[in-house]
Design a protein around this ligand. Structure first.
Ligand SMILES: Nc1ncnc2c1ncn2[C@@H]1O[C@H](COP(=O)(O)OP(=O)(O)O)[C@@H](O)[C@H]1O
Ligand SMILES: O=P(O)(O)OC[C@H](O)CO
Length: 486
């Protein structure tokens, strides 16, 4: 029996799961990750805390067990700058949610470079992606001079973990993580000199870009690392979205909807991202992606910030208990701006439509609904881009455990929503990539039949009700948009 260890470094936790080649989870370990908010709009992680947690979870699940191969998957875009001599980060990691570089993006937009950036990278000029975060870091202390002398290394979390797991022998990233930096040409599959000069990033900082599966590295104790992908791409693999047209949405801290578009890098006219779904054998399979910054994070805010309840799973009973007046309550969770399809970094959150009987249950229900409304905005954008109609949506991530939310999602989308047995689909995807890279699986089709349905949610809302709710949501979003956004 093969033992494939998936190391999943997410925004709120670091997890390791050992899977066998049939997809059964044999051991699981997890450590929470502290989020720091040192200034308005800033979000940071301590790279040392990430490394300590990664080492611990790997040790936990490896105890008394042979590990055949490791697959790494990670929160994407989060930017780490470290010293090549010591391996220590020179500053906190700037997390994907961090908005401190909004002004830099606006300044670049004013220079009219967005069209070029979009054509090369498939992305938009937004603080979400790594390049302006890295630029900001390089402007601190003497980091730019040190970077130019080749003393520093840049990486997303996968790179940082690869570096640490190999004792600094390997400085690499996979093609899906590279595709989120704004520095990588997704068509030519290489770092782009023009973009590097635009963002003023010295080439000496950059990792080598590798396939998502293959002989990527060996840990310092000799275990092959044979899989690597950003977490949303790993979830796409874990959901067995191998065929063009297949779609998954992952509901963790944020929500990310990914459509496999096959060999074609489709460009959206509706502000969806064109990105790499995976690169295998040097060949890129492309995807369209809709990124929503706040999904489970809204539940976290209600729980930890407002202290409305103690556990995230209590939201299901609360939503069921909400009074009919909840239908007029809308929460727009634009805490860190709005992602796709609006891309409005200046928008901020709002709670609208309150009446005297609005209580905890109604607000909780509005938070769950907001995640579904935002997903519907993405499927509308896909439809407007001419992507063939969605026939089914595969869901995963912590929030997909919520039956009420998944039913509301099916109702709003008007298509069935399928939830697999293994909700840790991201980790499973990393294990699949590791298995492909290690030769445990011969090809992708072999992993397709390992996907197992837990529950299918069929749409049951009337179209009148759906239209009325959607109109309420659109009105609420319009109220929080910043005047500078289009
Ligand atoms: N039953 C639930 N209902 C609603 N939200 C939930 C539920 N369980 C977990 N969540 C939310 O899901 C998120 C955790 O999902 P996870 O996939 O672990 O996230 P990440 O990978 O971003 O760290 C948290 O934000 C939590 O609030
Ligand atoms: O940590 P997650 O699972 O919310 O995913 C974060 C994304 O990769 C950010 O793009």
């Amino acid at each position: 029996m093969a033992h494939l260890l998936a190391l999943d470094q997410g925004t709120t936790s670091t997890r390791a799961i050992v899977f066998d080649e049939r997809g059964a989870a044999l051991a699981r370990a997890s450590r929470p990750l502290v989020q720091s908010y040192p200034a308005p709009g800033w979000v940071e992680h301590d790279p040392e805390a990430i490394w300590t947690a990664a080492r611990e979870v790997v040790a936990d699940v490896s105890a008394n067990r042979r590990i055949d191969a490791i697959g790494i998957t990670n929160q994407r875009e989060t930017t780490v700058l470290w010293d090549r001599a010591t391996g220590r980060a020179v500053a906190p990691a700037i997390v994907w949610q961090d908005r401190r570089t909004a002004d830099r993006c606006i300044a670049l937009q004013a220079r009219g470079v967005e069209t070029l950036i979009r054509a090369r990278t498939g992305l938009l000029l937004d603080p979400y992606f790594s390049a302006t975060k890295l630029g900001w870091l390089l402007d601190q202390q003497n980091f730019r001079a040190r970077a130019e002398r080749g003393e520093l290394a840049f990486g997303t979390i996968d790179s940082f973990l690869l570096w640490r797991l190999t004792d600094g022998k390997v400085h690499a990233t996979d093609a899906t993580n590279a595709a989120r930096t704004l520095l990588f040409d997704i068509h030519r599959n290489q770092w782009d000199d023009e973009l590097l000069s635009l963002f003023q990033i010295p080439r000496a900082l950059l990792p080598t870009v590798v396939d998502c599966a293959g002989p990527i590295a060996k840990t310092s104790d000799g275990i092959p690392i044979t899989g690597c992908a950003g977490d949303q791409q790993a979830a796409t693999v874990g959901q067995a979205c191998w065929a063009p047209g297949t779609v998954k949405a992952t509901y963790g801290t944020g929500c990310f909807l990914v459509v496999n578009t096959g060999d074609t890098p489709l460009m959206s006219n509706n502000r969806l991202l064109t990105t790499s779904a995976y690169r295998l054998g040097g060949k890129t399979t492309y995807a369209l992606e809709g990124s929503i910054f706040v999904a489970g994070a809204a539940v976290q805010w209600l729980r930890d910030g407002l202290k409305l309840f103690q556990r995230a799973d209590e939201t299901e009973a609360l939503a069921r208990a909400a009074s009919p007046s909840a239908k007029s309550v809308f929460l727009v969770p634009a805490f860190t701006g709005l992602g796709a399809p609006y891309w409005d970094p200046q928008a901020r959150g709002a709670l609208l439509g309150l009446t005297r009987d609005t209580g905890i249950a109604e607000i909780v229900r509005a938070a769950l609904e907001a995640v579904c409304f935002q997903t519907r905005d993405l499927t509308d954008a896909l439809a407007a881009d001419g992507v063939p109609d969605l026939t089914v949506l595969r869901v995963d991530g912590g929030m997909a455990a919520n039956d009420w939310a998944m039913q509301f999602l099916a109702d709003l989308l008007g298509v069935p929503v399928e939830r697999p047995v293994e909700l840790e689909t991201t980790a499973w995807g990393a294990a699949v990539l590791a298995g492909l890279g290690a030769g445990v699986f011969r090809d992708t089709s072999e992993t397709e039949r390992l996907w197992k349905l837990d529950r299918r949610f069929e749409p049951s809302m009337s179209s009148d009700e759906r239209d009325a709710r959607l109109a309420g949501w659109k009105d609420a979003v319009a109220r929080v948009r910043s005047s500078i956004a289009g």
